[in-house]
Ligand binder design. Structure first.
Ligand SMILES: [Mn+2]
Length: 329
């Protein structure tokens, strides 16, 4: 147990809502706003435990995140180990350095390890660090999964871009109206352990070594096809381009980030969440130094991602998961 871990008796597992984030030093300042807003909207009668999974996260950032702790929200840090699964992922990521390679960092895959690394929990939530809470995350935790393995929202960014629609349907074999965003996940960790999720994912990586558009999310959709419950808009609301009325969680996904741009829908809510976190100054300086060239580069990256999706959609059979399909049919 590290000195950075604090609060809420970890052994009262049935009473705790575990919420996982996966970050590096670069993401700590955004995660702070996400965690702060989570704590602000926490129900006083419940206990929460924010678990930050990381590889490189300096002690100064850990200390600043730890300072967010409240009476009923604990923070725990978990350093990822370089085990066999991680080796496969790191090697796979190292090959993906093209212009459309958006998600070529191992940190995107840490969420796939949650079930295996935390056997003390039967249910858990994962959230991206580019999110902020507008409601009590305990309500999401209480949602009934029925016989499904996870719950997530159908990705609104996919439906909006025809190249993405063709990509998920042709290259992944997943209907666009079923393809979910992996930024907010409610997980039945027992079922994920039973499925041996991390083994299945790394098996697919080794078997196909496929070049994909959003790898961690693509594997999730292929492996759990037909076993995902769909969340409503309120739990993964992407305010740029859709109504945010009644939203309980805002996600600045594949859009202008409020920490770079002035005119971002709901941007002021992000800044409100960042206030008092100890990262506010860092965030303001980052926004100040964001240049027109940086914005151009970000736009070019999105264009390259769409081009990659279009290129990869021109296949006869899906790129991964052929084996899974054969078993089922
Ligand atoms: Mn995100």
């Amino acid at each position: 147990m590290s000195i950075f871990n604090t609060g809420v008796n970890p052994f009262k597992k049935t009473k705790v809502v575990p919420v996982f984030l996966t970050i590096t030093d670069d993401y700590a300042k955004y995660a702070a706003a996400a965690i702060n807003s989570l704590m602000k909207h926490a129900a006083p009668e419940r206990n929460y435990r924010v678990i930050v999974m990381y590889d490189k996260l300096g002690w100064r950032n850990r200390l600043r995140l730890r300072n967010l702790v409240t009476r009923n929200c604990a923070i725990e840090f978990h350093k990822m180990k370089y085990n066999l699964y991680m080796q496969i992922i790191v090697r796979y990521c190292a090959k993906r350095t093209g212009s459309g390679d958006f998600f070529s960092s191992a940190v995107y895959y840490y969420r796939a390890f949650i079930a295996r690394l935390f056997p003390q929990y039967d249910k858990g939530i994962y959230i991206d660090s580019d999110t902020i809470l507008m409601g009590d995350i305990g309500e999401l935790y209480d949602a009934d999964l029925g016989d499904k393995v996870i719950a997530a929202r159908v990705d609104p960014k996919v439906a909006a871009v025809p190249e993405f629609v063709r990509y998920v349907e042709n290259a992944l074999g997943v209907p666009a109206k079923e393809y979910v965003n992996s930024g907010v996940l409610l997980m039945d960790l027992k079922k994920l352990r039973k499925l041996r999720y991390i083994t299945r994912m790394t098996d697919l990586i080794r078997e196909y070594d496929a070049d994909l558009v959003a790898p961690d999310q693509d594997y999730l959709n292929v492996i759990l096809k037909g076993q995902i419950k769909h969340l409503g808009r309120e739990w993964n609301c992407q305010p740029e381009g859709e109504s945010y009325r009644g939203a309980k969680l805002l996600h600045f996904n594949l859009s202008k980030k409020p920490w770079y741009h002035e005119d971002v829908t709901c941007g002021e809510l992000f800044w409100k969440a960042a206030k008092g976190t100890g990262f506010y100054g860092d965030l303001m300086r980052e926004k100040e130094s964001y240049s027109i060239d940086d914005a151009k580069e970000a736009q070019m990256k999105i264009t390259a991602l769409i081009e990659k999706a279009e290129r990869l959609s021109k296949v006869e059979t899906p790129l991964i998961g052929g084996l899974i399909k054969e078993v089922k049919e």
